[in-house]
Design a protein around this ligand. Structure first.
Ligand code: FES
Length: 135
C-alpha cells in the first residue's frame, strides 16, 4: 500500500508500547536524514534522530530511544529527556528550550509509513525538518 506517496518504515508489530524504536532514513529533496519511530500510548510517532542539544543521534544502542523507566525519550550522549508524545524537551542540557523535530507517520493495515502531509509543499516540509539544535 505504498501509494499516495507513503513510504514504508516497518510492520506495526515491530513497535511495542514504549519499547524499542525503529530507525529509518528519509530522503527529501536530495537530503538524507536519520529518523525513528516509536509507539507511545498506542500511537506510532516519528521524529528526526537528532538531539536538540548538539544534534547528535539519540540512541547509543540502535533503536534504544526510551529511558530505563520507559517514560522519556532520552539522548544517550548527555541525557536530555523528551516527552514522547510531543518531542518537547523535559530536562537536560538544553533546559527545556529544545524539541525533537516531528516526522509525520501513518499506520495503515499493519504497516507504518512516512510521507509529507497531503498538500504540503516540499519547501515547507524541508523548512520544518531543518530546525536545528538549540545550541
Ligand atoms: S547531544 Fe543530546 S543531550 Fe547533548
Amino acid at each position: 500500500m505504498a501509494d499516495r506517496g507513503l513510504i514504508p518504515i516497518c510492520e506495526s508489530a515491530a513497535l511495542t508500547e514504549c519499547g524499542e524504536g525503529v530507525r529509518f532514513s528519509l530522503s527529501t529533496e536530495g537530503i538524507e536524514r536519520e529518523a525513528f519511530v516509536i509507539r507511545h500510548q498506542g500511537k506510532a510517532l516519528g521524529y528526526l534522530n537528532r538531539c536538540a542539544h548538539t544534534g547528535l543521534e539519540l540512541d547509543w544502542i540502535p533503536g534504544r530511544f526510551m529511558d530505563s523507566e520507559r517514560r522519556w525519550l532520552i539522548c544517550a550522549a548527555h541525557g536530555a529527556l523528551y516527552e514522547p508524545a510531543t518531542g518537547a524537551c523535559a530536562g537536560g542540557p538544553c533546559e527545556g528550550r529544545g524539541r525533537l523535530v516531528a516526522v509525520p507517520v501513518w499506520e495503515i493495515d499493519g504497516m507504518v509509513y512516512w510521507r509529507r502531509k497531503a498538500g504540503e509543499p516540499a519547501a515547507a516540509f524541508e523548512e520544518a525538518l531543518a530546525g536545528g539544535p538549540s545550541e
